[in-house]
Design a protein around this ligand. Structure first.
Ligand code: MN
Ligand code: MN
Length: 407
């Protein structure tokens, strides 16, 4: 069937009394909805439809003509993640169970009320964090008995190495943060909780361990009531410093927003990895800002998958997966994006406010390769021989990096 006659046929069926329209979207409303028919290809969609989803994903409903083939889903929203609510705050996670492509990294979005505590615990995975709102007090003790306590606010990072026990407590206005773990199979519901262990050791063994009578034990609160729970807001930081064997040699916190960014005409980039945030041995990160109309240039990463978290604004990402495969996804605040190892990609601000997002990699070091710089530093005759580019393009190539290119 020719495209035009097929489209007329669908439109006629949608308008027929008692037809598809009666079961799904009313004709008037359907006419106002975006249709998968851009560029003269496709046709109307008379329904059933999820118009909210369609509006959120314009580049899925009407992909650029350059999209082709099969790539896995590279977007998942925390809005679609189960919310675990407690007296101390809430938590939700995007792991490989929610977002199948993400084998290397899992993320958790957590809120603590003022004084709310994320229970003393540890886990197999290294934990990296970015503070999104408010402030918190964090504590940890390392394998050499050296301790750590600090207050962190918006734009600060922390990193707790694999197996190192720690806690997080909301301060006066509480807090919200993003946690990133260096394993996609991480599960926030199966960390090693101090109350859970106490609950599962005989009181006589606890008595021997601590050198006190067994009558001191046996009344540990249920771990379900401790996982996240309210306590009074703690006093000044100095009052929570415990003297002992000294502090950890490499701080577990890092002031990312205090770092002077690499600034270009249409945005900024700040990078934190083990070269400047020494403790962060398994997660490298970048905080990127793109002004309206701006573009995070065509590039790829030679070392790891990229896991993204969008903090503000609206963007789209085009990903090239070789073999003629390319797809485009749309993102907004609260969404997670993913780029499989080595795939080429760009990120474009499609909204009217600054796009701010985080890039995380399971690596000690941040690294990327620029398409533009690669071409600029290769013999021009060779490049032209491949792509038959005009001199104007060849002369515009940049030998130095512009991670966010001008609009
Ligand atoms: Mn943790
Ligand atoms: Mn990237």
């Amino acid at each position: 069937m020719a495209p035009m006659s097929r489209r007329r046929n669908l439109a006629a069926r949608a308008g027929a009394p008692g037809g598809l329209a009666a079961l799904s979207v009313a004709p008037a409303a359907a006419a106002a909805l975006p249709q998968p028919d851009a560029g003269g290809k496709g046709g109307t969609d008379p329904g059933p439809r999820d118009p909210i989803r369609d509006a959120e994903n314009p580049d899925i409903l009407n992909p650029p003509a350059t999209d082709h083939g099969t790539l896995p889903n590279l977007r998942f929203s925390f809005a679609d993640a189960h919310m675990r609510r407690t007296d101390g705050g809430w938590t939700r996670q995007v792991t490989e169970r929610e977002f199948g492509v993400s084998k290397s990294i899992a993320g958790v979005n957590m809120r603590l009320v003022p004084g709310g505590v994320r229970e003393m615990h540890w886990h197999k995975e290294g934990e990296w964090s970015y503070m999104l709102a408010g402030s918190a007090r964090i504590t940890a003790v390392d394998q050499n008995g050296r301790n750590f306590v600090d207050d962190v606010g918006v734009g600060d990072l922390w990193y707790f190495p694999s197996g190192v026990p720690h806690s997080i407590q909301g301060l006066h206005e509480g807090c919200e943060f993003l946690l990133v773990f260096d394993d996609g199979s991480f599960n926030e519901d199966s960390t090693f909780l101090i109350s859970d262990w106490f609950k599962h050791v005989p009181p006589e063994v606890l008595a021997k361990n601590f050198g006190v009578p067994a009558s001191n034990f046996g009344h540990t609160p249920d771990p379900e009531q401790r996982y996240m729970f309210p306590l009074p807001v703690p006093g000044p930081l100095a009052s929570d410093r415990v003297a002992g064997n000294g502090t950890v040699p490499d701080s577990f916190s890092f002031r990312l927003l205090a770092q002077a960014p690499v600034r270009t005409k249409s945005g900024t980039v700040r990078i934190a990895d083990s070269s400047n945030f020494k403790a962060a041995k398994t997660i490298a990160s970048a905080l990127v800002e793109i002004e309206p109309g701006g573009l995070r240039e065509l590039h790829w990463h030679p070392n790891a998958d990229e896991w993204q978290y969008y903090i503000s604004g609206q963007a789209r990402m085009g990903v090239f997966g070789a073999s003629g495969d390319a797809r485009t996804f749309d993102y907004r605040a609260g969404d997670v994006g993913f780029v499989p190892f080595a795939m080429g990609h760009y990120i474009e601000n499609t909204g009217t406010e600054t796009v701010r997002y985080l890039e995380m990699f399971r690596s000690a070091h941040y690294a990327d390769l620029s398409l533009n710089q690669w071409m600029a530093l290769t013999p021009p005759e060779l490049v032209q021989g491949h792509l038959q580019l005009d001199d104007q393009v060849m002369q515009a190539l940049q030998k130095t990096r512009h991670q966010v290119v001008p609009a």
